[in-house]
Design a binder for this molecule. Structure first.
Ligand code: MD6
Ligand code: FE
Length: 223
């Protein structure tokens, strides 16, 4: 990764992204432990507000499977799945209206996290919100519906802990297991941008901020 190269070692930023085999971090993946902790309450309040305008829904994949994770979007573009495919679109297919605008807080946080990982001037136009209950999971996938892959993706974890599965270029590559907890921010870009990844089945639990739920925000430059 050329733009994402950090100039000096910040071991705590790598933290959980270290491989079991050694201290080497996973290429292109930065885990900023607790980066969003002080803003978590505001982020959750905003998620509650968006859900009133664009309710969480479980989308159906082109293969005909209903996803176990419920989703909604903020921003100029929202990620959707239906029987015809996966794409970003400017309107919510449930209502026909535009997605609720991205709160300033989200774009600011994403830009700060991206900068901390070496990506300057990140300006997201899409924020996908995932909601997990214990027992739900996100199978290995690639994020390739964005128009370009030079910008990173900034991902914020809230509520129940999860294991982020970070695989390779092939679906069959055995993934690393990266634990993510409330307030963690992942910045991902560069050479592994198109690697397969997912979320392991969420364990049963109760979180003071979200109860029996995990939320994940992924902020992207989609258009
Ligand atoms: C999640 N995240 O954490 C699922 N994709 O709920 C993703 O699929 C993801 O965290 C691209 C970049 C960062 C991510
Ligand atoms: Fe993804």
């Amino acid at each position: 990764m050329s733009r994402g190269r950090r100039t000096k070692a910040q071991p705590d930023l790598f933290g959980a992204a270290d491989t079991a085999a050694g201290r080497r971090a996973i290429d292109g993946l930065r885990v900023l432990k607790g980066f969003a902790l002080s803003e978590a309450g505001d982020l959750l309040a905003a998620i509650g507000a968006v859900a009133e305008k664009a309710p969480f829904r479980r989308m159906v994949t082109p293969g005909g499977f209903r996803m176990s994770v419920a989703m909604t979007n903020f921003g100029c573009a929202g990620w959707v799945a239906d029987r015809t495919g996966y794409r970003y679109q400017e309107t919510d297919p449930e209502s026909g209206r535009r997605w609720p605008p991205m709160p300033r807080l989200f774009a600011d946080l994403a830009a700060r996290a991206a900068a901390a990982a070496g990506f300057t001037a990140f300006a997201p136009d899409a924020c996908l919100v995932n909601r997990y209950e214990p027992g739900t999971r996100l199978t290995l996938h690639q994020d390739r519906n964005e128009r370009g892959f030079d910008q990173p993706i900034v991902s914020v974890s809230l509520g129940l802990p999860a294991i982020f599965l970070f695989g390779g270029k092939e679906r069959s590559d055995r993934p690393h297991r990266v634990p993510l907890t409330h307030g963690d921010v992942v910045v991902w870009g560069g050479p592994s941008r198109l690697n397969f990844h997912g979320i392991a089945e969420l364990a049963e639990g109760e979180h003071p901020a979200t109860g029996r739920l995990r939320y994940n925000l992924t902020l992207r430059k989609a258009l």
